[in-house]
Design a protein around this ligand. Structure first.
Ligand code: KIV
Length: 242
């Protein structure tokens, strides 16, 4: 699974063959330059979700439920998830939560909406968790993941947890685990696209492996074009006439 937030990258990641495209609330950080995912709104998630769903032909598209909708009661969470599904054309939603949100997962799944859980480091709770740091309470993480799976989540994201805990959870629950900073013993992996291809402006987490320098490629292209314009090498006479 990998994130996408716009049409061209949705098409690219779909063509690359990933199983699942996540329209993460990380859009608030990597696209809008905010310092956390907390400011993401449902209107923004629907806006980006609809664009990405149109760009993806093959993969399963999941859109994040933004803070604090999973804490406002089962009915409001179902209403918001249904709105995301209807207005974006995506196939599922994801919500961050502990065992305390199991009733919300059950309600959304009961409404026929595929729902993915997200335990461990929950970026929407960054201030309560004391920063973007590894979560190490083995028993609590196990309880949270088991509760999400038992409530009907079709998969569970495990973010920033020790790999032994991730492996134990993966062996204990019947649905796929998708790790991010949780080691290799998960069923799948997820990364933020901008981190993976070198487009993030801020520091990226240590577990991210960079597969491209798209930021450098864009800076270089624009800088070469700028020099051509300043030196009057662009447009050439042929290009001027199309
Ligand atoms: O918002 C997001 O991009 C996410 C992934 C990091 C799992 O939730």
């Amino acid at each position: 699974m990998v994130t996408a937030y716009d049409f061209p990258t949705a098409r690219l990641v779909d063509a690359a063959g990933v199983d699942c495209v996540l329209v993460g609330d990380s859009v608030a950080m990597v696209v809008a330059g905010r310092s956390s995912t907390i400011p993401a709104t449902i209107e923004q998630m629907i806006y980006h979700g609809e664009i990405v769903s149109r760009g993806v032909e093959r993969a399963f598209v999941v859109v994040d439920l933004p803070f604090p909708l999973q804490h406002l009661g089962v009915e409001r969470a179902i209403e918001a998830s249904a709105r995301i599904l209807k207005e974006t054309g995506c196939q599922g939603v994801k919500l961050e939560g502990t065992a305390g949100q199991a009733d919300v997962i059950a309600g959304i799944a009961g409404a026929g909406i595929p729902v993915m859980g997200h335990v461990g480091l929950r970026p929407q709770a960054v201030h309560q968790l004391g920063g973007y740091r590894m979560q190490r309470d083995h028993d609590r993480l196990m309880d949270d993941a088991k509760a999400a799976a038992a409530a009907g989540a079709f998969a569970v994201v495990l973010e920033c947890i020790p790999q032994e805990t991730a492996a134990a959870i993966t062996e204990s629950i019947a649905v796929p685990t998708i790790g991010i900073g949780a080691g290799v013993r998960c069923d799948g992996q997820v990364l933020v696209l901008h981190d993976m291809v070198g487009l993030s402006s801020d520091r990226v987490p240590r577990f991210v492996r960079r597969y491209a320098d798209a930021g450098g490629a864009i800076r270089d292209a624009v800088s070469r074009w700028h020099a051509d314009v300043v030196e009057r090498r662009f447009p050439g006479s042929d290009e001027t006439l199309g």
